[in-house]
Design a protein around this ligand. Structure first.
Ligand code: MF3
Ligand code: CO
Ligand code: CO
Length: 256
């Protein structure tokens, strides 16, 4: 499959899908507190997406994924499956939302701290947020994916954090995962040239310790091999004539 260029009409539909995904995160924030289970967060998001938004939760049954959102706690890198686990004070939780509206996908994730964050979790979450934005700032027509990856990697490694290699950002549109792969490491001036009308995600996963990951026997949950903390933030981004437009901004303050 080739990289898709979205027409002006398709860009508008991507804008709607992106806004809806962000609104799910805005909505769920108040429910992220000690005692709530990740399965309850999934149920609340599922009902909001299907009933209020009249949209489709893209993860549900995607390649066999069993729930409507991903919930990745502490040393879980990504693709955590919601279930019985209840949130506890000091947990760091990534919630990853992807909705389909009018045929197009919007994909975004944020870190939430449960109760009082641990110092290390606060630092990791906030540097990962800065790294995502350093990558997004590189997005413009004529720039290359290597510029995006390098900006993220340079910031992460300058702070002593490592970049996960096995999972990456992606093109997005009518399909959840389209080409190109958006690596969160790379060389300036390398990789594919960005062009107006492309839509991609930037979603770095940064680890406190070593970069290596392991897949749990459930076939989905990705954890750090050294069991140290991992954090992730994600936005869906449109390449515009002059630079970029982030399609998944929330209503509130954007930060960690
Ligand atoms: N939302 C994830 C991403 O950012 C993908 C989740 S795939 C799922 O690309 F099947 F786990 F939902
Ligand atoms: Co994504
Ligand atoms: Co996502």
């Amino acid at each position: 499959m080739q990289v898709t260029i979205k027409s002006v009409e398709e860009q508008e539909r991507m804008r709607v899908a992106g806004r809806l995904a962000a609104e799910v995160l805005d909505m769920i924030e108040a429910h992220v507190r000690p005692g709530t289970s990740t399965g309850e967060l999934d149920r609340i998001c599922h009902e909001y997406i299907t009933e209020q938004q009249q949209a489709v939760p893209a993860p549900l049954n995607y390649r066999g994924f069993p729930r409507s959102i991903c919930t990745s706690l502490n040393h879980v890198v990504c693709h955590g499956i919601p279930g019985k686990r209840r949130l506890r004070d000091g947990d760091m939780l990534n919630i990853d939302i992807t909705v389909i509206k009018d045929g197009f996908h919007g994909d975004t994730s944020r870190i939430f701290h449960v109760g009082r964050p641990r110092i290390k979790a606060r630092r990791l979450a906030s540097i990962t947020f800065e790294a995502m934005w350093a990558g997004i700032r590189q997005v413009a027509p004529g720039k290359r994916l290597g510029d995006v990856g390098h900006a993220i990697q340079a910031l992460a490694e300058s702070k002593g954090l490592s970049v996960v290699r096995e999972y990456c950002g992606h093109g997005i549109g009518r399909m959840f995962h389209e080409p190109p792969n958006v690596l969160h490491y790379g060389k300036p001036g390398g990789g594919m040239i960005l062009r107006e009308g492309m839509t991609i995600t930037v979603e770095p996963m940064l680890n406190e310790g070593r970069p290596e990951t392991r897949l749990l026997p459930d076939g989905w949950t990705v954890v750090t091999r050294d069991r140290k903390l991992s954090a992730q933030w994600e936005h869906t981004v449109l390449v515009t004539a002059n630079g970029h437009e982030v399609l998944t901004l929330g209503a509130g303050p954007p930060g960690p």
